[in-house]
Design a protein around this ligand. Structure first.
Ligand code: AMP
Ligand code: SF4
Length: 457
């Protein structure tokens, strides 16, 4: 049941910009790494909100003709990845409410942990839900609150607990909201006479926009009458940016809280190499997310960086997986080792994280079959021991290898010659000691967990 609602998503919005839906399409395409299962855009055109959404990549859901029909100078969009069970069409975002007074559309990245309590309250007050997503709860709450749209958004935000970067759009206003702990990133920047807002700054750079402002934890940004108004809804807000955004999730060209993601990863590699006295011939990274850390490790250790693994970039989520017999014959579609590079070599193999342990085990075997004499695995994050309730699919506790096995046991399981992880102090150092959420490594959740706390019992 708890598996159903874990989501990893990207949001993008365009306010007061000509062809807002096309701009949003480019933004979503750049944020595609945050979710490949569904995509959607809502555009506001003269008092009406039109929505198009569907399963698949942004380029599959939207054709040029479709986008041309979506006229208007305000739009919000969403890319979504959800684990099994949460994929009904009603959950695909943006979600729109068409009330008698106004229409509102919403997109949301994150996970609200008091959603069950809020849902019960709303159902008792007569609300009918179409899907199972927590985004719909937020939409109902905004509708039910009193006052102007701004007041409604403000009082709704105060009642939500958990991780949320949310965009709300009415016919003529837009709001960007970030949770009190700043768990998910959200930034905005000026474009033409308006603004664009997005989960990651890489989505601005494709539009030729090279500066940005972060929405702060506990802040709401209102875009109305062509101007921006910053509002704080929680004076107690604090910084707990998801460490996995830096480690695995975000694109290396994005900047999160003034730290470039590539530089962060490179620093984790450097820190891993300090005090590591392993004797090896080459350092390799698992493409793509571990290459930056591998470069940092190689620089610090002075062991040459090499390309030992090649990724087939065209294996999507819908790819038909090889049958067991094909697998037995060694059909490997995602990653290949380069025997000419690794054969006869002692290899340091850097990966960003170990979740279930299957990937590392597979890669160690791959490298040994390609002739590597030794494979020393170095992981550019601490051991994942606890599940995430803030919107990243890091699996259930039972599935997490780090929750069941010691470092030595994991090393044996993945058949590595040695294994090391980072510690949390090193992780904080890589983040310049800015506040981080590290709950999946140390079990210190920065909010109440409400009904989710039962999972940990
Ligand atoms: P596993 O095989 O379960 O140990 O998965 C570890 C691999 O999954 C690592 O190489 C990561 O790059 C990747 N990974 C880490 N976190 C996630 C996540 N939340 N969703 C999908 N993949 C992930
Ligand atoms: Fe990110 Fe882990 Fe915190 Fe979840 S628990 S928000 S994955 S650091």
């Amino acid at each position: 049941m708890f598996d159903e609602i874990h989501e990893e998503c990207g949001v993008f919005g365009a306010y007061n910009i000509k062809d807002a839906s096309s701009i949003t399409y480019y933004g979503l395409h750049t944020l595609q790494h945050r979710g490949q299962e569904a995509s959607g855009i809502a555009v506001s055109d003269h008092g009406h909100i039109h929505v198009k959404k569907g399963k698949g990549l942004t380029i599959d859901v939207f054709t040029k003709e479709k986008l041309e029909q979506m006229k208007g100078n305000m739009a919000i969009g969403h890319v979504r990845y959800s684990t099994a069970g949460g994929q009904e069409n009603a959950n695909i975002q943006p979600i729109v409410a068409r009330g008698s007074k106004r229409e509102i559309a919403i997109v949301h990245n994150g996970q609200i942990v008091n959603e069950k309590e809020l849902r019960v309250e709303l159902e008792e007050a007569g609300c009918i839900f179409q899907g199972t997503s927590d985004s719909e709860i937020v939409l109902h709450m905004i509708q039910k609150e009193e006052g102007s749209l701004c007041e409604k958004v403000m009082s709704t935000a105060k009642k939500l607990v958990g991780a949320f970067s949310i965009l709300v759009m009415s016919e003529n206003e837009m709001y960007a909201i970030r949770d009190q702990k700043g768990l998910r990133p959200l930034s905005y920047t000026k474009m033409q006479d308006g603004y664009v807002i997005g989960s990651e700054t890489c989505a601005f750079e494709v539009l030729g926009l090279y500066s940005h402002t972060d929405v702060l934890p506990g802040q709401i940004i209102q875009f109305k009458d062509g101007i921006v108004r910053k509002m704080i809804y929680d004076e107690q807000a604090s910084n707990h940016m998801c460490a996995m955004e830096y480690i695995y999730f975000a694109r290396p060209d994005s900047v999160i809280e003034n730290i470039n993601v590539h530089n962060f990863r490179k620093e984790t590699g450097r820190l891993l190499a300090q005090n590591d006295d392993v004797k090896a011939d080459i350092v390799i990274g698992v493409p793509d997310s571990s290459l930056s850390a591998a470069i940092g490790y190689a620089e610090q250790s002075e062991i040459p960086f090499e390309t030992g693994l090649v990724k087939n970039r065209f294996v999507g989520r819908t790819f038909i997986q090889p049958t067991q017999s094909q697998r037995d014959r060694g059909v490997r579609m995602k990653l290949s080792a380069i025997p000419h590079v690794v054969s006869g070599k002692s290899v340091v193999m850097i990966d960003d994280s170990i979740v279930r342990g299957t990937t590392s085990r597979r890669i160690v075997r791959l490298l040994k079959e390609a002739g590597a004499s030794e494979v020393h695995v170095r992981i550019a994050s601490p051991i994942i021991t606890s599940p995430c309730f803030y919107g990243v699919d890091t699996s259930t506790k039972e599935e997490l290898i780090g929750a069941r096995m010691s470092k030595e046991e994991i090393c044996r399981y993945i058949e590595a010659d040695s294994l090391e992880f980072m510690n949390i102090a090193q992780l904080s150092k890589a983040a310049n000691e800015q506040g981080l959420c590290t709950a999946c490594f140390d079990g210190n959740y920065c909010t109440d967990l409400f009904s989710y706390a039962k999972v940990l019992e």
